[in-house]
Design a protein around this ligand. Structure first.
Ligand SMILES: Cc1cc2nc3c(=O)[nH]c(=O)nc-3n(C[C@H](O)[C@H](O)[C@H](O)COP(=O)(O)OP(=O)(O)OC[C@H]3O[C@@H](n4cnc5c(N)ncnc54)[C@H](O)[C@@H]3O)c2cc1C
Length: 285
């Protein structure tokens, strides 16, 4: 099918983009970034926006910058930008590891990091990354700028706290301590499919014990989040099979899994148990 008719706007500056978005948002105007989620939805006529504000030509939105202890990712930075490390810090390697799990190569060449967050698919690897690492989301409109903590950004299934006239201009990720260990694991039916459950874990070691543990989970619930009970189960313990299994069990017990016609809640809970344990094992190697 072809999309319903729409008007495409192609602003060249951020101010112009915000002005147009402010005007067309009430008429179901939408941002077009990489188009890898929006265009298929429009082709199926599940969305029929009357206006698209195409931000691909807006100057400066394709920048990745490090300022102090923060990596800033602009709205037009593609997934493929992370095929190589973008920063000399464990965060660079973490992002590269995760990027290769997102869809397929052609999609990674167009789809954007920020577009993934705005789209808020619970299975999105970048949404999981943002939730686990406590990203800050920078939203702008003609009314001004808002900084939104990741834990307040994901409101539910494909839903965020962005207002309709707000453009997600940038995502800020904190750099990681140089001795940070990380592990990522996801389960999907085929390579490139959306994950049915995914876990991202980071921790440091202090005198042989786990410290500052983060256990993030995506794909299993309506929105990605850190699982505090699992982090508590890890902190202060020496890394090892028994501790990892206990943390994975805690995570499995803490979730409220999504169900669909193919997947029961129990099955997804099993997946949570597996992906958390595997991510912890990977971090320890
Ligand atoms: C076959 C296939 C497999 C895929 N597999 C995966 C996968 O495994 N993991 C994964 O994470 N994703 C996957 N995707 C989705 C892909 O990663 C998309 O690129 C991504 O979800 C959205 O980014 P985009 O830049 O393409 O956004 P678009 O499609 O342009 O936009 C998506 C939505 O976000 C809004 N939006 C986009 N950017 C902004 C912004 N800056 N400010 C405000 N609103 C904005 C749009 O208005 C729209 O509503 C897959 C897609 C396909 C087609």
């Amino acid at each position: 099918m072809k999309p319903a008719p729409f008007i495409r706007h192609a602003p060249k500056t951020l101010d112009e983009a915000l002005t147009i978005l402010g005007r067309v948002a009430p008429q179901d105007g939408r941002i077009l970034a990489g188009g890898q989620s929006l265009v298929p939805i429009m082709a199926f006529r599940l969305a029929k926006p009357a206006h698209l504000v195409d931000i691909n030509e807006v100057e400066g939105l394709d920048r990745i910058m490090t300022e102090g202890q923060v990596l800033s990712i602009g709205a037009c930075v593609r997934h493929a930008a992370f095929h190589k490390s973008v920063v000399d810090n464990p965060l660079g390697k973490l992002l590269t590891t995760i990027a290769h799990h997102i869809a397929h190569y052609p999609i990674r060449m167009r789809g954007t990091f920020c577009g993934s967050l705005a789209h808020a698919d619970p299975a999105s690897e970048w949404c999981l990354t943002a939730a686990t690492l406590d990203a800050t989301i920078v939203a702008k409109s003609t009314r001004g700028e808002r900084l939104i903590a990741a834990k307040d950004f994901f409101a539910g299934l494909m839903t965020t706290t962005l207002a309709e006239d707000e453009l997600l201009v940038e995502v800020r990720l904190p750099l990681l301590a140089s001795d940070t260990k990380f592990g990522f694991n996801e389960f999907s039916r085929r390579a490139g499919d959306f994950a049915m459950a995914a876990a991202l874990v980071t921790y440091r070691l202090q005198a042989g014990k786990i410290a500052e543990a983060r256990v993030g989970l995506g794909g299993a619930e309506a929105r990605p989040r850190r699982i505090e009970d699992a982090e508590t189960a890890l902190n202060g313990q020496p890394p090892g099979d028994k501790v990892f299994r206990a943390a994975a069990e805690t995570a499995a017990a803490a979730v409220d899994p999504l169900e669909d016609h193919q997947t029961s809640a129990d099955y997804r809970r099993d997946l949570v148990r597996a992906v958390v344990r595997r991510a912890l094992e990977q971090a320890a190697t």
